[in-house]
Write a protein that binds this ligand. Sequence first.
Ligand code: BJW
Ligand code: ZN
Length: 247
Amino acid sequence: MISDSLLHALRSARHVVVFTGAGVSAESGIPTFRDSLTGLWERFDAASLATPDAFRRDPALVWGWYEWRRMKVLQAQPNPAHRAIAELARHVPRLTLVTQNVDDLHERAGNTDVIHLHGSLHRPRCLRCGREPDEPLAMPAEPDAGRRLEPPRCMHCAGQLRPGVVWFGEHLPGEALDRAFAAAQACDLLLSVGTSGVVYPAAQVPELAWEAGAVVVHVNPQGQAGRREREYNLAGPAGEQLPALLA
Ligand code: BJW
Ligand code: ZN
């Protein structure tokens, strides 16, 4: 049930920040990280796959796993939650979309200028010279989660390509983080959609907004324990809650 005070806050907001996590893509069939049974970190070991050390130790294992994930994204479609966010962007005076996700489903739903805090599956770069390939990577050839695949070589310096995502222990892209923090501190309302909020520094984004006086709305089927003033919970799947918010 969406309260009148929340609808009023949304209608009068001049700058909305939407902060998304893996849950916004769950209804597109992309697994989250920490949901029980289906979460990636329930089935795979993060330390063996999502750290710079893991890539140094076994680049083919890591590259194969990310190609499997890239294939899942290429086969997926934006869902009603992605589409509702794109529609919201057309209706509020200003909207900043900040995502922790490494997929491109927000862009494919119609959002532009998406701030990707944790990089992208679609933008690998060279480990040696840092450049990105001129051509997009080909569609992966049916990899599966455990299949090793040698990373391709850089066309400029023949170094190894690495996935363009931010692993544990790596710094987030500075400009993206600065823009996300600045938007959080300047917005009137922040929607935090489908995130467990346990990974830092990204998890500071809703906190900064709340501390700066914004209304903060959490959209998550898990609900959220307690709530402070100016804080709302929409307990349910994003693909149902976000379209209802715009109706
Ligand atoms: C739905 C839904 C539906 C389901 N609708 N909702 C202690 C020990 C070790 C490290 C640290 C530590 N304390 C802090 C750290 C640092 C670390 C960190 O935060 N660790 C914590 C986990 C403890 N952070 C870092 O290392 C970061 N870098 C950094 O801090 O640099 C500074 C530094 C450098 C060097 C030295 C010291 C400091 C980098 C973090 C990078 C995170 N990378 C990942 C992987 C990206 C690549 C990849 O995709 O493989 O990013 S981890 C993973 O978690 C991914 C996500 O973006 C991120 C957040 O997850 P998210 O999106 O919230 O997903 P879930 O699964 O957690 O939650 C989904 C939610 O959706 C759930 O709540 C569901 O209920 C909900 N849901 N269906 C709506 N239909
Ligand atoms: Zn190179």
